[in-house]
Design a protein around this ligand. Structure first.
Ligand SMILES: C[S@@+](CC[C@H](N)C(=O)[O-])C[C@H]1O[C@@H](n2cnc3c(N)ncnc32)[C@H](O)[C@@H]1O
Length: 260
């Protein structure tokens, strides 16, 4: 994945993000509950990695109390937005790639990262980096997407052309394996989260509204003929409540950095 393109796509939508991020808010709340269940043995700084619009920063500050709270994101636009809206709770914020953090070894007690690492290709390398910056006994809590995410859209596109229009994501066995290489697994489970939309236009609008067009390639450049075919194909998924579903297969993981 082209990370510059990802950062640009999210940055452009910073001000609209909160309006469209229904699924992301639900998932982040679940992840925060999982983090709260962990036994805190090393209080200290927390990093919200891939913070996006910073929606979870006030809740993370409340969870953490008096210690430092940092926010990092690949997108300059998101960090600018966060600085404008969350100065009161933030200790500092910075533009950074999760795979190469500008932080010293053992400098954090927690990393919270919701729906942000799915564009990283090598989870083993990523987790090694996250574990490097967390103190022994500290936690990394993350959520990410699994391969069947947006399967309805994938299937509908198959009726239109042969191209792959939705990103490929790593499967849960591979994620669990990557976690186990570097840390102790405290929690690892998957959940299907389904959002309903009245029509395809609003479904695609919502995905683009959070700047995640990099999840769904090519949908912006479709011809009228393709769009009509796609609408027809997606109709086969309309559910009993009359809505078009968009399924997100979410993986939640919590790792603890081994005590020395
Ligand atoms: C779907 S948003 C999630 C934002 C927020 N965590 C939430 O749950 O509302 C994904 C965010 O992750 C950021 N991101 C993507 N890849 C990243 C990477 N390699 N390192 C840091 N941030 C990244 C994007 O720029 C975007 O702001």
């Amino acid at each position: 994945m082209d990370k510059k393109q990802i950062a640009k796509a999210f940055g452009k939508k910073a001000t609209l993000y909160d309006t469209h991020a229904r699924v992301q808010k639900y998932v982040g709340d679940r992840l925060l509950s999982l983090l709260k269940e962990q036994q805190v043995s090393v209080p200290g700084p927390l990093l919200d990695l891939g913070t996006g619009s910073g929606y979870f920063l006030p809740a993370l500050k409340q969870f953490q109390g008096g210690d430092a709270l940092y926010a990092a994101d690949l997108s300059e636009g998101m960090i600018r937005f966060v600085n404008e809206h969350y100065q009161n709770v933030l200790s500092s914020s910075f533009v950074a790639d999760a795979e190469q953090l500008p932080l010293a070894d053992n400098s954090l007690s927690y990393i919270f990262s919701s729906m942000a690492i799915q564009w990283c290709e090598d989870y083993k390398r990523l987790f090694k980096e996250l574990v490097r910056v967390v103190k022994p006994g500290g936690f990394v809590a993350f959520s990410t997407l699994l391969p069947n995410t947006l399967f309805e859209l994938k299937d509908a596109w198959h009726e239109v052309d042969e191209r792959n229009h939705v990103n490929r994501f790593l499967d849960s066995d591979s994620i669990i394996h990557a976690m186990s290489v570097h840390a102790e697994i405290q929690s690892a489970h998957a959940e299907r989260v389904v959002a309903g939309y009245p029509d395809l236009k609003s479904l695609l609008h919502s995905i683009k509204g959070i700047g995640a067009n990099t999840v769904v390639e090519g949908s912006g450049a479709m011809t009228k003929g393709q769009y009509v075919k796609l609408v027809r194909a997606y109709e086969s998924f309309r559910d009993s409540s009359g809505m078009l579903p968009a399924s997100y297969d979410v993986f939640y993981g919590v790792m603890q950095v081994p005590q020395e």
